[in-house]
Design a protein around this ligand. Structure first.
Ligand SMILES: Cc1ncc(COP(=O)(O)O)c(C=O)c1O
Length: 437
């Protein structure tokens, strides 16, 4: 390799240019704003945007100024290639012209009105045409809204109380979703939860026989993507076996496709894994950042979706619906999941290969459009956290304890630049840790 790069003057020049270090960012304005926020907002920034899991927090921006395509700029003027995509909603690129135009056109006509607009019907028709689990569609705002609703429907349909959940799965912030031991959650809130390990059919069978006739729903994500852990795809035949058990026992099979939805298969992630759920929950990518979520389901459950009273002040707003119509059309046109998987694979393969050159083992798990990365050499995660932070300080926004997201707007130029940044980040951690790992 060395002799190749030194073989001609031009290549030598290129090599020198490449070796010029990238600027490392500082976050003065972010920190100042955060100090102001701490006085008037609980913990400054709460929920999944909280800086708590960003380690060291001094290497991350806390506030964004603007965004475009696959990039965002923070309040210090730093530019980032974004590998969190607003934690999933950004799928076609920030400020996508087609989606924004549809939203703005609708905004001029009216958004939150006393009656729904025709966009609601069109969006439902579009989802029913597209999604193979959908005979009908119901709209809300957040992912948690529709997951909650799916459980109410399953209970109404079965007359049962309990729900089977996968340990470590995330479905939102309702007390039953958070589980025992979290602040503000009491034991009673979780009394109906029956937990099983991911990919463990025997545990599902055991739970079914222990609670026979009591379980209303089996609820899980298409594959397991826990925070603070590697992602795990379903074992061969897993979903088919779950489908059989649910049919045999009269349990409603709910897929929480809030995070994976439109990043694996346009027809619903269940198609990729070869099964059909009874109910499926969508949010995040459906409107490219405009606030909307959807529950879709089988014809037989439509009556219960009509009977269960479920609504919200902004659930009929037509701007997000117009945005979602445009977003889904565009995603379908370009086969967005395929684009993201292809671009993702290029990048993660490149990073893993690069890590190898530095003597690090980079484990990449989950789907290429939203993978989890982890340097396995250091089980304490310090090395991995530092590598992510070093990359972020140079313009590739990487988090260390959550899966990443790629969008259809991530270009080959982005990927090339990200690989250069990743390389510098590897050099920085190698310098810090030497041969410790
Ligand atoms: C799999 C899954 N389900 C449900 C939710 C909850 O969605 P929301 O935060 O929009 O309520 C999330 C959010 O990250 C999620 O990833």
């Amino acid at each position: 390799m060395k002799s190749q790069t030194r073989s001609t003057k031009t290549t030598a020049k290129k090599t020198t240019a490449k070796k010029k270090s990238l600027k490392t960012y500082t976050f003065k304005n972010s920190q100042k704003l955060f100090q102001r926020a701490l006085k008037v907002i609980p913990c400054g920034i709460y929920g999944h945007f909280s800086p708590a899991p960003l380690i060291p927090a001094t290497s991350y921006p806390f506030y964004a100024e603007r965004a475009k395509g696959s990039h965002f700029w923070d309040v210090d003027g730093n530019e980032f290639i974004d590998y969190m995509c607003a934690y999933g909603p950004m799928v076609l690129g920030y400020n996508h012209p087609g989606v924004d135009q549809a939203a703005m056109k609708q905004l001029k006509r009216g958004n939150c009105i006393t009656a729904p607009t025709r966009e609601m019907v069109e969006l439902a028709e579009q989802l029913v045409d597209l999604n193979t689990a959908a005979d009908w569609a119901f709209f809300a705002k957040n992912g948690g809204d529709v997951v909650n609703q799916s459980i109410m429907l399953a209970r109404a349909a079965t007359g049962r109380t309990k729900m089977m959940l996968v340990k470590g799965g995330y479905h939102g912030v309702s007390s039953w979703m958070q589980g025992p031991g979290h602040y503000g959650v009491v034991e009673q809130d979780c009394a109906s939860n029956v937990y099983v390990d991911w990919n463990n059919i025997q545990q599902v069978e055991n739970a079914v026989s222990q609670h026979r006739g009591e379980i209303a729903a089996f609820l899980a994500t298409p594959y397991h993507h826990p925070t603070f852990g590697d992602s795990e795809l379903p074992a061969d035949g897993y979903w088919q076996k779950i489908r059989q058990i649910c049919d045999r026992e009269g349990i409603v099979l709910i897929i929480d496709d809030v995070r994976c939805g439109f990043r694996i298969d346009m027809r619903g992630s269940h198609e990729y894994f070869g099964f059909k759920p009874d109910l499926a929950c969508y949010c995040k990518a459906i409107g490219n950042g405009y606030p909307i979520s959807a529950l879709v389901g089988r014809e037989e459950l439509k009556t219960y979706a009509a009977k269960v009273f479920y609504t919200g002040s902004y659930w009929f707003s037509s701007v997000p619906m117009a945005a979602a119509i445009a977003c889904m059309k565009e995603m379908k046109k370009i086969n967005a999941p395929r684009v993201m998987i292809k671009q993702g694979k290029k990048l993660w393969d490149g990073i893993a290969k690069m890590a190898d050159g530095y003597g690090y083992d980079m484990k990449v798990s989950g789907m290429a459009s939203m993978p989890t990365l982890r340097i396995t050499n250091d089980p304490s995660m310090m090395l991995h956290q530092d590598w992510c932070a070093e990359a972020t300080r140079r313009g590739a926004y990487f988090t260390s304890h959550h899966n990443w997201f790629i969008s259809a707007a991530h270009t080959d130029t982005d990927i090339k630049k990200t690989l250069d940044i990743a390389d510098e980040a590897f050099k920085a951690v190698k310098k810090k840790y030497g041969d410790e790992y």
